[in-house]
Ligand binder design. Sequence first.
Ligand SMILES: Cc1cc2nc3c(=O)[nH]c(=O)nc-3n(C[C@H](O)[C@H](O)[C@H](O)COP(=O)(O)OP(=O)(O)OC[C@H]3O[C@@H](n4cnc5c(N)ncnc54)[C@H](O)[C@@H]3O)c2cc1C
Length: 241
Amino acid sequence: MTVGGWRAAHVVEVVEATPSARILRLSVAGWPGSDAGQHIDIRLTAEDGYQAERSYSLGSYGPGESIELAVDEIPEGEVSPYLVRDVLPGDELEVKGPLGGYFVWRSGGAQPVQLIAGGSGIVPLVAIARAATDAGAAASVRLLYSVRAPENAIYRDEIQRLANDGGVAATWAYTRRGPAGWAGSVGRVDDDALRSAVWPAEDDPTFFVCGPTGFVEHVADALVRLGHSPARILTERFGGA
Ligand SMILES: Cc1cc2nc3c(=O)[nH]c(=O)nc-3n(C[C@H](O)[C@H](O)[C@H](O)COP(=O)(O)OP(=O)(O)OC[C@H]3O[C@@H](n4cnc5c(N)ncnc54)[C@H](O)[C@@H]3O)c2cc1C
């Protein structure tokens, strides 16, 4: 049943993804399905009636009543520590959605797709990579994923699978420390890193850039500087400075 667009969501499974992030699998009766890249709102209600709402991207897409989220804990945050530390299978949350019609990938075009994620910004981009792989379009998809260190990568195994099975070309960037034997540079994604990892401007790629607000703005500015059309750069800002 939905009241004001809110539906009951049952937590089916929680999986440790990184030291600070968990994947949550929820079952939502009557869920209408979603396109790859969309998000939901989650509403929590305390015993005293206090409510808090936050948005979370869907790592899943398509029909069916199962949805998947991945939440990274923001220290001192109001909602994310609860979702990462306290939620257990059997718990009930309220969700509204699917939401967002702009940051969405739909099968059809043969145009190259460039996914660029910082931190938990990988979540909707995994949904897009999964959808493109299922549609046989993985070869047109490249992913650049920036994380602090290898252990902070959410969906590391899934990205490996999408690269091996589907052909999604994945490039990693590390802002603090690379894996053992890493010969690449370490630091903020810069123009050189973008130039070597992303589809060239002459291929007219569509960009999906997602992550903390500062990361998204930094990357979008750099892409324009490198000659990509702003109209082709779709962004999703998760918040923060
Ligand atoms: C469309 C959309 C989709 C999102 N999808 C995801 C997702 O898939 N996974 C996920 O983990 N988060 C996602 N977020 C972020 C999420 O909505 C919350 O903002 C985040 O979980 C922090 O909430 P909080 O209540 O713990 O922190 P708050 O109590 O809201 O904030 C605490 C402090 O942290 C800062 N802050 C808030 N958000 C961030 C951030 N993302 N990065 C850095 N600092 C921050 C605030 O400015 C504040 O100073 C998404 C946001 C949007 C708008």
